[in-house]
Design a protein around this ligand. Structure first.
Ligand SMILES: N[C@@H](CCC(=O)N[C@@H](CS)C(=O)NCC(=O)O)C(=O)O
Length: 193
């Protein structure tokens, strides 16, 4: 059984998208980060910084229990476990990994820090232009829908109506297409805790 310790935040919803998309059965364990439930010895034993999301797989490889923190490491684990959304050939997998890491290294930190530092907007817009070019040639970031699309959507969906999208129609189309997939919609709207 996959047990996801999480809360209703952008990082917290990311693994839900993948479990829904891959059809993996899972259980949500709400961890209220406002009341310190993420700093209990039990939670710290799974996630050393006391952050959500964290995942416990009671049936990992060889029947062993696996515990994970970092939402993007959880996505990689679930992609390996399910064999889904991770590129069906070595070349496609390399493409997925390239776009997955582009998002982890650039989009996620920039959009997170941007809330505090307005000047980073210029950088964010540059990254959006990279996405716009890629999405003008492909329906999804790595060709077929994959974990590379799941990674940034919980953050970028909040920019769906932003004026930036007026001049980036392919990013706008992609946000709409990904965020309205039943699994993504369910993860974005799920009431947690
Ligand atoms: N890089 C981490 C970030 C996790 C993170 O920052 N989680 C926040 C909620 S979105 C949290 O647990 N905050 C509570 C705290 O740090 O005390 C990931 O992607 O999982």
């Amino acid at each position: 059984m996959l047990e996801l310790y999480t809360w209703g935040t952008t990082n917290g919803r990311r693994p839900i998208i993948m479990m829904e998309e891959a059809g993996l059965p899972y259980k949500i364990i709400p961890v209220d980060i406002q009341n310190g439930a993420n700093k209990t010895p039990h939670h710290l034993a799974i996630s050393p910084l006391g952050k959500i999301p964290a995942l416990v797989d009671t049936d990992g490889p060889g029947g062993q229990k696996v515990t994970l923190f970092e939402s993007t490491a959880i996505l990689l684990y679930l992609a390996e476990k399910s064999g889904k959304f991770y590129g069906s050939t070595p070349a496609k997998r390399a493409d997925v990994q390239k776009w997955f890491i582009f998002n982890v290294a650039n989009i996620l930190p920039t959009f997170a820090i941007m809330r505090q530092h307005k000047e980073l907007e210029e950088v964010a817009v540059k990254f959006l232009d990279v996405l716009e070019t890629q999405l003008s040639r492909n329906d999804f970031l790595a060709g077929d829908y994959s974990i590379a699309d799941m990674t940034p959507i919980t953050r970028l969906v909040q920019f769906a109506d932003h004026e930036w999208m007026k001049t980036r129609p392919n990013v706008a189309r992609w946000i709409n297409k990904v965020s309205t997939r039943p699994a993504v919609k369910k993860a974005l709207e799920m009431k947690i805790g």
